[in-house]
Ligand binder design. Structure first.
Ligand code: GLC
Length: 729
């Protein structure tokens, strides 16, 4: 693999040979043909007017397109073939929000590496992943694709997945170029409505929404995708401050920027561009190197360059960046290294990896009377629910090349585990998650009544989360809540397993269940992972990467919120149902809260139970007075006091008590997943620097201010085990 300066030389040599039209061709990406390659497309390839294609899923078509570009065009420049490999290619891993619930970035890196290998062998050299948009509004359907609400957690996963996709050498058959998306602020869409307006003060942008992208750039991500949304009135795709000043000038990003699907053209709809020529000009001046799907560059960039409106140097810079990535991908190597063949069925190795990822992503929310793990003495089980035996829905929102026939459903896994002789009574109860046809309820109740316990699988179909799929109500769709209430009439213990792409307002139904497992959309090995937990092969160890609201009216609700001048924690609060008639106006407790639901979420960030108990003690600091820029340590003793070996995610939070800008009441700063045997105690040590205590002040300087801090370590963001320290100059 040539060194970078050799690649630069090669790119410059090639650039010097290129006509303007051929240069602009490299800046054009279009979706591939659904069938045979049309003649006009062949001609565009011969003229070197296409630099990349996405979604060319037929291997023969993929190879023929590359052959035409390499052999029948003047300069023989190959295309980069792209695909959305978000959480797997043929083997589906848990959705990224679920992978974040593992708090195990290395595991996510392994999943990305496995996906890259499958995708590269199918003829794709570029994925539009990882998606790392911070999301604090679960109404937004794309919360499924990211890593939740916290910038520290998301940054760790973003860099891990970049490493997993790209490996150490982009030309390796197991590597593909990654893409940090959607730059930036996409998850702050008003109302959780996809594509909607994002108004973000720059200090919040820099402290919350940008850190995962910075981590991806520091990890060497090859490409970045500009987002659909506007930020403070300027669409991301035309946002020079974002794409040039921050991404390139401040961060030194040297890869290339691709627009999102038609996001160049959509700047007309935003009311930011007059027409496609204006859109082309504003995008390329802002720093978009390649336009996805719309034709502003193809139709107008040559004229804009000829008339001098767009400096040709900008076009040369864009094309040089694209050519460099093509070289790093090995696409110019001879013989041509690209190949494309139909993806094989998931390998055993990838299946095991998917099962491990799913198992570690599942969050135990409730376990009354220790119903779980189920007793080995149980003799009959009811398996009920629309998601108990649906191999497609469990694959999740960004499934493009996974196949339902590869997936193992919960019902199949229970049968495999318990054996054909075991009495399993199955009823879907509802045909699909949105169904309101209660015609099968009586049968489902009978199956429950005939059994010693019930496994109830409900949630969302995959289509109900993901792009353009925001929801205003976050309850279980259809008549699922009614189904759960009906099954509860059996009086049998219920294990409720929820399979969804986002947090749901499940408070109304958890009362009916003795145990609740939140399994997200776990991918190909959904069933075996859930069975491993239900029957105690492993203890659940997932932790919530996003806060669960009690109701939609509580949104936004997240752990790193501000104190306000009237924090509710220390004020006696009269709840709505207890207000005396004609109570005096200021008698209810004047604090920041709701009269009807109070102020606590349904489940807090970082929350997740285990089959054992972990006790935290002896929190210590290397010093309680820390000089600026001085490294310091925080440690805690964690003991597994139960009888089962299990894993725990030890989380460290801080609070800057007084600062020139108000600071959140808790901020995650580090975490570590550990495994402890029964009765084992381990001291977990976190090595920190004062740098992590900083924030962007009112003039956008990153500052660490001296003063008092609180530091907590525990098993979720509500831990009370706390110590105090001071930062001094
Ligand atoms: C979509 C998405 C983006 C995806 C692209 C290509 O609209 O916003 O995440 O990578 O188009 O499919």
């Amino acid at each position: 693999m040539p060194l970078n300066n050799e690649i630069d030389e090669k790119a410059d040599e090639l650039l010097a040979k290129m006509a303007l039209a051929e240069k602009i061709g490299q800046m054009v990406q279009i979706a591939g043909p659904k069938g045979p390659i049309p003649d006009d497309l062949k001609q565009r390839l011969r003229e070197g007017k296409i630099g990349s294609m996405l979604n060319v899923t037929d291997p023969q078509t993929n190879l023929e397109i590359q052959r035409i570009a390499a052999e029948e065009s003047r300069l023989g420049i190959p295309l980069i073939m792209a695909r959305d490999v978000i959480h797997g290619f043929r083997t589906l891993f848990p959705i990224p929000l679920a992978q974040a619930a593992t708090w195990d970035p290395q595991l996510a890196e392994a999943c990305a590496k496995a996906a890259a290998k499958e995708a590269r062998s199918a003829g794709f050299q570029w994925t539009f992943a990882p998606m790392m948009d911070i999301a604090r509004d679960p109404r937004w359907g794309r919360v499924a694709e990211g890593f939740g609400e916290d910038p520290v957690l998301a940054a760790r996963f973003a860099s891990a997945m970049v490493r997993g996709f790209q490996g150490s050498d982009l030309s390796d058959p197991g590597s593909i170029a990654a893409c940090a998306k959607h730059f930036a602020g996409y998850g702050a869409a008003e109302g959780g409505r996809d594509y909607d307006t994002a108004n973000i003060p720059e200090n919040l942008l820099r402290d919350v929404y940008l850190p995962p992208f910075k981590a991806a750039v520091d990890a060497g991500v090859a490409t970045v995708m500009s987002a659909f949304n506007e930020i403070n009135g300027i669409p991301a795709t035309g946002n020079i401050r974002l794409l040039r000043h921050i991404l390139r000038n401040e961060w030194g990003f040297s890869g290339f920027v691709v627009s999102d699907w038609r996001s160049v053209a959509e700047m007309i709809d935003h009311g930011f561009c007059e027409d496609m020529k204006d859109a082309a000009e504003k995008s390329v001046l802002a720093g978009v190197d390649m336009e996805m799907q719309s034709s502003a560059y193809a139709d107008h960039l040559e004229k804009l360059a000829m008339e001098g409106t767009v400096p040709r140097t900008l076009i040369d810079e864009a094309v040089r960046r694209i050519l460099r990535i093509k070289w790093r991908l090995g696409l110019f190597n001879k013989p041509a290294p690209y190949y494309a063949k139909p993806a094989d069925a998931p390998s055993m190795e990838d299946r095991e990896l998917s099962r491990t990822a799913a198992l570690k992503s599942i969050v135990l929310l409730k376990n009354k009377n220790r119903l779980l793990p189920l007793s080995k003495n149980i003799r009959s089980l009811a398996v009920i629910g629309p998601l108990a035996d649906d191999p497609y829905e469990v694959l999740g929102t960004w499934n493009r090349d996974g196949r339902a026939e590869d997936a193992v459903t919960p019902l199949a896994a229970v049968r495999n585990f318990l054996g054909e002789s075991f009495r399993i009574h199955y009823s879907a109860g509802l045909d699909y998650s949105r169904s309101s046809d209660t015609g099968q309820f009586a049968r489902a109740l009978e199956e429950a009544q005939r059994s010693e316990a019930v496994l109830l699988f409900v949630g969302e179909e995959a289509i109900l989360s993901g792009e353009a799929h925001s929801r205003a109500y976050l309850n279980l769709p259809g008549s699922q809540e009614a189904l759960i209430a009906e099954i509860a009439r059996s009086g049998k213990p219920i294990v409720l397993v929820i399979l969804a792409g986002r947090p749901l307002t499940i408070g109304a139904v958890t009362q009916y269940a003795d145990a609740v497992l939140y399994a997200w959309h776990p991918g190909t090995m959904c069933g075996p992972a859930i069975v491993d937990l239900i029957f105690g092969n492993e203890s659940p160890s997932g932790k919530l990467p996003i806060t669960f609201p009690k109701t939609e009216g509580q949104i936004p609700v997240y752990h790193a919120h501000k104190s306000t001048g009237r924090p509710p924690e220390n004020v006696p609060l009269t709840m709505m149902e207890d207000i005396p008639l004609r109570a005096y106006q200021s008698s209810l407790g004047d604090a920041s809260r709701y009269l009807d639901i109070g102020y606590l979420p349904l489940y807090p960030f970082g929350y997740g139970l285990s089959y054992t108990e972990f006790v935290y003690a002896n929190i210590k600091m290397s010093s309680n007075r820390i000089r600026m820029d001085e490294p310091f340590e925080a440690s805690v003793e964690v003991t597994n006091t139960g009888g089962m070996e299990a894993e725990e995610v030890v989380q460290l939070y801080i609070r800057d008590l007084t600062a020139s800008l108000t600071r959140p009441v808790r901020e995650l700063k580090d975490f570590e997943r550990i495994r402890l045997k029964p009765k084992e105690t381990r001291t977990v040590v976190f090595h920190l620097s004062t740098d992590v205590l900083g924030f962007h002040n009112s003039v956008m300087e990153y500052v660490v201010e001296p003063g008092r801090f609180h530091l907590w370590i525990g098993g979720d963001s509500t831990t009370t085990l706390m110590t105090e320290f001071a930062v001094v100059r």
